[in-house]
Design a protein around this ligand. Sequence first.
Ligand code: ATP
Ligand code: MG
Length: 264
Amino acid sequence: MSILTPTVTTCTTTSHDPALLSAPHWGDPVAELHGVTKVYYKPDGSVLVEALRGVDLTIPQGQYTAIMGASGSGKSTLMNVLGCLDRPTSGEYILQGQPVSELTDESLSHTRGRKIGFIFQAFNLISQLTVEENVETPLLYQGVGQGPRRKRAIEALELVGLGDRLGHRPNQLSGGQQQRAAIARALATEPVILMADEPTGNLDTATGEAILKLFDELHAKGMTIIMVTHDDEVAERCERVIRMRDGLIETDVIYRHRRMAPAD
Ligand SMILES: Nc1ncnc2c1ncn2[C@@H]1O[C@H](COP(=O)(O)OP(=O)(O)OP(=O)(O)O)[C@@H](O)[C@H]1O
Ligand SMILES: [Mg+2]
């Protein structure tokens, strides 16, 4: 099959198929979901919503994946499970070989801090802190000392093109610069997976394009990226497009040719 031919799967449980998971630059699985459900209950214990209804999914190291689907289909719920912000109701989540169900709440939160970089639609920067302090914050929680903390924050900010804005406060930055600062904060911890829920949703087209270019560059350097988007043009830059429907994966399409050339 030509590498330009997308591999299309239209069912819920094929995402472990090895044929779907091979590309020269993809490594071992970093995230595996097996039959994951997420149920929200009413106060009386009856089921309110089945937000995830048995998701099987394997994300190999280095893959750039888009998650799409209608509002309420379970995208953010899936991201929250993958990002260790929430636990499955049933099923198994294995993050870098470690079953998340075996972790205490404390080690889960530690794992999240070490392995996951989260970028939200609203940038969630702390307005009282400078850009550099914002980027240092997750490292502070990890107990990284002041010198290395500063070094890593500056490196991350230089990577996103904000090396000359270290002392600015978030309200002294443009929207795109704020989002780049949020990306630097997510990168400073050197995460295993970079997760973004509608990262360009609050940005104008040109600024959104600059952010997506940054994602392309990170991907070319080997970063594993999972991004929720409603925008087909944004998803077109990804190597894999997963569409959710009613708490299940409806389609899962691989585009191996979308590998970006290394940036340098
Ligand atoms: N904390 C919660 N308590 C109860 N129900 C919830 C909760 N969070 C999400 N839901 C429900 O779970 C379903 C999936 O929600 P989710 O936020 O994952 O959707 P989504 O695909 O991200 O939608 P959107 O595109 O609007 O962000 C929805 O029906 C939602 O109402
Ligand atoms: Mg959502």
